[in-house]
Design a protein. Structure first.
Lengths: 161, 791, 262
């Protein structure tokens, strides 16, 4: 067992981990931050995406020990300080960018990482960036729409009457 | 102006807040104090005889609680099939046992041989490696045609062969043959409906718990229908009476059919929790899901279409081999028969329709319902053969369809169902308008300038949803009626809990159902919550599948709410000293008609529970009503879809450039959610058409066993926003349910695969590749290239 | 996963020492190794993470003009920092896997693994790069030794990869639809002394140089000069395409790469 200390959503946390403890296991089981999900075992679905030192990573493909000393942000840390939904989260609700909600945490974390490095992405750039996030419910259309809207760009209204 | 509340409003989803903040409560988020973990040792061969299983070394390994094998389940029932099909000779289908853990033989890669329960998952897995299994490998039966050959290896030794049933349905053979004989033209097409894996993003999970104090079992599971699991597992597998068994399906991360069925792992965890006197948890990995979740589709079909000299459809005849896999999953037998054969008339007034299906056992994972279940298979065959006929006859594929549309309703098809209403011309016209078909030639020319071939594909579809009228499905072999139930509980201060049998795993019931109740009562939606997914809280319900939630459970909810209104009016009448027949309910206020005398909703609900002034002699206190609803008929959503593809002739790569769906779902409660359902269905249909392929090799090894080889649609596989419209403005309300709704969950997956393939064939023909009349799905780059090059 | 310890040395020397332990294995970005460990296809006693070694991270230009990339540099960093000096390489790095994978996966890890469908081997071979380890320098032509096989010795760590910068170059990838790895990827690089064409994804022997195309393009660098497709014999044949299809794509992608390189 190794002791790790990291900052998760602004709070310093410590824990004892084994060599093979994945970051996602540390978050879900030790910290009870169950918003980060596991949807595959080949690093493809992206349900487990969190930010480590500001960068999107797949927390199921990184050992907890490797996050020692890092700043980690998960979906639980994405809302505004007053608890209201952040711009990206709100756009996902406004544009119906989620259905079952399972891939959603990873989608939001990836969207946040994208908009940080590319504040006004084109639609093609959004779609390309989401290569590592699989959603089975929405058909992506409204996820793309939500991310474009969150970046302040005009998108067609939801559910044209 | 669109409505901003109630029925017809694109209300934002209330459940989103918890999902967007990481506060959802999925089954894997549930941990019961003291729980142990199970790892299933699964067969890595497709077919074999188990000579011995030696667990002695494994038993002593660190953390091991107990190891189970098939022997431990000898006194336990097998997993049941819920639908008995009768074959064309009047004999019941062959129904081999489906043990929780393999007994005597393994029959597919992934078949569970043993289960290790240990303190940690890692310990369970390590101990499983120490189990010594002596299996004698047998030849695997994979290909259905070969499985039916005489002398083929048998999947189930006790059966005569690998045939589950040989089913015939619809128009009799003499009439059908005569129609073909008299035809001016016959088009024939052989095709494959590719095997798919549903792949909800949340893998399956089961947590079994047992209380010695009161002999109560609890199962937390990723299910679309917790009551169905309670019924099947309690009554048929483990023999637990329903009052001692609670099944909870909390937030469920997508289902698409594959979470309908009762699985071995659920029964195991429930059983083992008592046997070990410890909660037992199983969490599937994605790799495990590929070999243990029921697969979908996997039909091989020959379809023939007979037309007269004026291009009127005379007859349709199909011959299908349907793969059941190694065992019969819960609804597997119904998919190629009653969910497929009944749809073979499509949107057309073809007088003779005959459907022949042979269901076949193979050494593969069981196959069962997946989004659309039988209806995508039917639609794909029919709409592909019509397209081929149009090409052979040199007529416009839209005109050919139009000419043969059913236009009078109700319409009784030759395949047992009666369409209550529809307007196929309306959706076709809407599709044409949105697709800008006159502009296609210019778009094709533009593509050709870039070295690409552009094709236009269209098709229609119809589906039978709102499953199902219990009397009818009972006649068809369903072993349970498929009605649903709702309880509307009005609390003393006027807020409402609605207990519904439908389960929401992405469909937005928590938002939509309150829209209906609030509109009926004229109160704010925030006063209404639904409760779902827990058998201890809900009277009953058959769950969510077959696009049925609103049409069936929603109807039950409407009926229960009507009872509430009736009783509340009586109470209001008493408070207002008026006859209840004179009471009107509007905007949450009860008024004596023609007067300004009124009482508020909250006054009535309070009076119902804390009756100081109450007609105790006439009405019971309390305000809670339950209704069960059994639909009189299926609902029949229908529509017209179109897409344009570009084919890169050098690589074979197909991209979808434009997509339009024009659906008729009847009335729509929340347009935003309806469109989202269609988007999701279309993405899965595009996945089936272009990407997804669950493939086995000849030895029964699964070749597409992870996302490394099973191609899931991703964001860049879907057309851009400007070129993608889903429309539901054509609305012929269902005639037999109170909301006039038809269901929208499966339409996209049903309507889109033929659209895409028709477009690809059109593109190839435009490039002079006129020898290509069909490409089996998925229409992958390598298959397109091979087709172009005659390989 | 099996149990193992994990170590995070901060220098190459410490990493090499740690790798001396029995059944020790190096961990780069882990984007391939960790899924392998999850399947229990490897059972190291200790994983030596190279992620904390600052001296093997970064992109710079050497005295000879070569682009030098530290073995522990992530794909995302290469995509950004090589964009002006070697755009084809940066673009290749920017299209490996997905953004989250690119934030963890490293060039050293990719080259050490030598997946037959990975992108970096095509760049290294196509550029005639030099793979520098803690003990020696290995020419790319000597480094790749078939699927998942390289010239690396046990415990040897890739510290740097040196890419001679060509006059022009392009990488064209045709993606396998599921994994999005290269079904066929062709890296074409034009140097003063000739053209190199390296192909990944196609061959059962892993990345290879298509010498016929190199010869033809060295005398006439145009898409029309690309020879007919090589034989499909020895090409990977699987669910996603036959050997003949892959061979065909080799020619198509080469032509497109040359055309794009201009």
């Amino acid at each position: 067992m190794t002791k790790v200390t990291m900052t998760v959503n602004g709070k310093t946390v410590s824990g004892e981990v084994k060599g093979n403890t994945l970051l996602t296991e540390f978050l879900r089981e030790d910290l009870r931050l169950t918003g980060t999900h596991v949807g595959c075992d080949t690093s493809q679905c992206g349900a487990c995406v969190v930010h480590v030192n500001g960068e999107a990573v797949k927390s199921c493909t990184m050992f907890a020990a490797e996050a020692d000393g890092a700043e980690v942000k998960t979906i639980e840390g994405m809302a505004n300080a007053d608890g209201s939904l952040s711009v990206i989260q709100q756009a996902f609700q406004d544009y119906h960018g989620l259905q079952c909600g399972f891939c959603t945490p990873g989608m939001v974390m990836s969207a946040a990482a994208l908009l940080k490095e590319n504040p006004k992405p084109t639609e093609a750039e959004v779609r390309d960036y989401l290569e590592g996030n699989i959603c089975r419910c929405t058909g992506y259309h409204n996820i793309v729409r939500a991310i474009m809207a969150a970046s302040g760009q005009d998108v067609p209204a939801v559910a044209a009457e | 102006m669109p409505k901003d509340h109630g029925i017809g409003a694109s209300q934002k989803r209330r459940e989103d807040v918890r999902f967007l903040t990481g506060a959802g409560n999925y089954t894997d988020d549930i941990n019961v104090h003291g729980q142990a973990y199970v790892h299933f040792l699964r067969s890595d061969m497709a077919h074999g005889k188990i000579n011995s299983i030696d667990t002695s070394a494994a038993e002593g390994m660190p953390g091991v609680v107990r190891i189970f094998t098939g022997k431990d389940f000898e006194g336990v029932g097998g997993l049941p099939c819920g639908w008995q099909v009768t074959d064309k000779n009047g004999d019941p289908m062959k129904e081999p046992p489906h043990p929780v853990l393999a007994q005597g033989k393994v029959r597919h890669v992934g078949d569970p041989i043993a289960a290790v329960v240990a303190d940690s998952l890692e310990q369970a897995r390590t101990a499983a490696e120490a189990i010594v299994v002596d299996i004698e490998e047998l030849p695997a039966v994979v290909d259905m045609a070969k499985a039916l050959q005489s002398g083929a290896t048998k999947v189930h030794d006790d059966l005569a062969d690998n045939l589950c049933y040989d089913w015939q349905f619809g128009t009799d053979t003499a009439t059908t043959d005569a129609a073909f004989k008299n035809a001016a033209h016959v088009t024939t097409l052989e095709l494959v409906n590719n095997r798919l894996v549903a792949n909800p993003m949340e893998p399956r999970v089961a947590v079994g718990d047992y209380s010695r104090a009161n002999d109560e079992h609890t199962l937390y599971t990723t299910s679309q229908n917790p009551h169905v699991i309670r019924l099947l597992m309690g009554a048929f597998v483990l023999g637990i009476p329903e009052h001692k068994l609670r099944v909870v399906a909390p937030d469920v991360g997508g289902g698409f059919g594959t979470k309908i069925f009762h699985y071995a792992e659920e029964a195991f965890c429930t059983f083992a929790a008592k046997a070990c006197n410890r909660p037992v948890k199983w969490t599937s990995t994605r790799s495990e899901a590929f070999m243990s979740d029921a697969h979908g589709r996997d039909h091989v079909t020959k379809i023939e279409l007979a037309l007269d000299a004026d291009n009127n459809f005379l007859a349709v005849r199909t011959d299908t081999l349907a793969n059941m896999g190694a065992y019969l999953s819960t609804f597997s037998s119904s998919v190629p028969t009653w969910l497929h054969g009944t749809l073979m008339a499509g949107n057309y007034k073809t007088p003779a329709v005959q459907v022949n299906v042979k269901a076949v056992f193979t050494n593969t994972v069981p196959v069962d319902a997946y989004r659309g279940a039988g209806r995508p298979e039917a639609t794909f065959q029919l709409e592909r053969v019509i397209d081929k006929a149009a090409r052979e006859l040199g007529v416009d594929p839209i005109a050919l369809r139009r000419q043969n549309f059913i236009t009078q309703f109700p319409y009784a098809t030759p395949v047992a169902v009666e369409y209550d209403t529809g307007d196929y011309e309306a959706t076709m016209a809407k599709m044409e308008e949105l697709m800008d078909i006159p502009g296609f030639a210019a778009r094709r020319a533009e593509s050709e300038k870039n070295g690409k071939l552009r094709g236009l594909g269209v098709n229609c579809f119809i589906e039978a949803c709102g499953i199902a009228p219990s009397n009818l499905v009972g006649q068809l072999g369903a072993r349970a009626g498929l009605y649903d139930a709702a309880t509307v509980r009005v609390n003393a201060t006027g807020s409402i809990s609605v207990m519904v049998g439908a389960h929401s795993h992405g469909q937005g019931h928590e938002t939509v159902f309150p829209q209906v109740v609030a509109e009926m009562l004229g109160i704010d939606e925030s006063m209404v919550d639904i409760v779902h997914g827990d058998t201890s809280k809900i009277p009953f319900g058959m769950g969510t599948y077959g696009s049925r939630s609103l049409a069936v459970c929603g109807s039950a909810m409407v009926r229960a709410t009507e009872k509430i209104i009736n009783k509340a009016k009586k109470i209001a009448g008493h408070l207002l000293e008026a006859s209840d027949s004179d009471i009107e309910l509007k905007d949450g206020k009860f008024t004596v008609a023609g007067t300004d005398k009124s009482v508020a909703w909250g006054d009535v609900t309070l009076a119902a529970y804390v009756p100081h002034n109450y007609p105790l002699e006439e009405i019971e206190p309390g305000l809670e009503e339950t209704a069960f609803y059994d639909p009189a008929n299926f609902t029949y959503p229908a529509g017209a879809y179109a897409c344009e593809v570009e084919v890169d002739p050098d690589t074979g790569k197909v991209t979808i450039e434009k997509f339009v769906s024009a659906d008729d779902f009847g009335n729509v409660v929340n347009p935003m959610i309806v469109e989202g359902q269609v988007h999701g269905g279309i993405a899965q249909g595009i996945g089936q058409a272009l990407l997804e392929n669950c493939a086995y090799d000849e030895n029964g090894q699964l070749l597409s066993a992870s996302y490394m080889d099973y191609a899931m649609p991703r964001a860049d596989d879907i057309p851009h926003m400007a070129n993608y419209v889903v429309d539901h403005s054509c609305q012929t309300p269902c005639t037999h349910n109170p909301l006039g709704v038809k269901g929208c969950g499966e339409a996209g997956a049903i309507g889109s695969p033929p659209t895409v393939v028709n477009a690809v064939i059109d593109a190839l023909h435009s490039g002079g590749h006129t020898h290509v009349n069909h490409i089996d799905m998925p229409v992958s780059p390598s298959r397109v290239w091979a087709a172009i090059n005659g390989q | 996963m099996y149990s193992f310890d994990i170590q995070r040395p901060t220098s190459v020397a410490d990493a090499v020492a740690a790798l001396g332990a029995e059944e020790a294995q190096a961990l780069g970005g882990g984007q391939t190794l960790i899924p392998t460990l999850k399947q229990r296809l490897a059972a190291p006693s200790v994983l030596v993470s190279l992620g904390a070694i600052a001296e093997i991270k970064g992109v710079c230009t050497g005295d000879d003009g070569a682009l030098c990339i530290g073995g522990g540099t992530t794909h995302a960093t290469v995509a950004k920092e090589a964009a002006s000096s070697y755009p084809a390489l940066a673009s290749l790095a920017g299209h490996i896997g997905d953004p989250a994978v690119r934030n963890r996966g490293t060039i050293g890890g990719s080259l050490a693994n030598n997946d037959p469908s990975a992108c970096y081997p095509a760049a290294a071979l196509g550029s005639g790069a030099t793979i520098v380890t803690n003990t020696r320098s290995i020419a790319a032509d000597d480094y790749f030794q078939g699927m998942f096989a390289t010239a690396l010795e046990e415990g040897e760590i890739i510290t740097e990869v040196r890419f001679p910068v060509p006059e022009k170059a392009t990488y064209m990838k045709f993606e396998q639809p599921a994994s999005r790895f290269a079904l066929v990827g062709v890296f074409v690089a034009k140097y003063a002394d000739g053209v190199r064409v390296a192909v990944t994804g196609a061959s059962e022997d892993g990345v290879f140089r298509w010498t016929e195309a190199e010869a033809a393009l060295s005398s006439n660098f145009s898409a029309d000069a690309v020879p007919a497709a090589p034989s499909g014999d020895g090409m990977i044949s699987d669910l996603h395409g036959s050997g003949a299809y892959r061979a065909h794509l080799v020619a198509v992608m080469t032509k497109r790469a040359v055309a794009a390189a201009g």
